[in-house]
Design a protein around this ligand. Sequence first.
Ligand SMILES: [Zn+2]
Length: 259
Amino acid sequence: MRLTVLGRSPARPNPGEACAGYVLEGGNSRILMDVGPGVVAQLLRRNTPDELDAVVISHMHTDHCLDLVTLRYSYPWIDVAKHRLTVIVPPGSMGQLSELALGSGYANFFDKSFIFVEHDGKRPIEVGDLRLEPEEMQHYVRTWGFRITAKGPGEEANRVLAYSADSGPCEALPRLADEADLFLCEAALRSLREDDPEPQSRGHLLPHEAAETALIAGARSLLLTHIPMQDGGAWALEEARAVYDGTVEIAEPLRTYEV
Ligand SMILES: [Zn+2]
């Protein structure tokens, strides 16, 4: 599999960078995972929307889905798209999509371009050669991370990419990242003051918490994302490397990582 980072920003974007968005390629399939503000402009540097087999949204916070509107505008606007793009959304989110469409001024804004499908939060999602197992995370709204594998010859079929989406510390996180080859994990916090004070209501991670999860899960490498870069990333890497001895990097926009 190949993972290309389109955006690594948290909700408040890093200057000149997109929010959450990743292209994932495996076998003959390609998906866009999350579509935060700024992601489509980055996507169009490498792919047109009709080169995607599906879009998958982890949760309905705007920093993960707002650019669905922009993706619609990058389809033929007057003409009908050759094929409608499947957009896989969390359970119970259809109402929010209607509101997003209304915000554009047209109730049927998405209809000619997209087919929305809600996953059920439990069963694996199959998109061509890619398989995504949803795992519910702990966030301020219902959010699913994904354990992703691709059909392929021999070794390739055993490779695992785990994506945390947004999550506070929870039991599901090490399960999600269990022996993953690459753990793409959020590290949105610079201090605990930025999160809910109650442990059961937390919604994000400090870099060392992402690293502790990688360590407990036996993940082979850790890629920190959804990370504030205003003051550079060196402190986050230092914090993570102090507890985890696998490979740790900060997700680099427009860089492709082999899984
Ligand atoms: Zn987010």
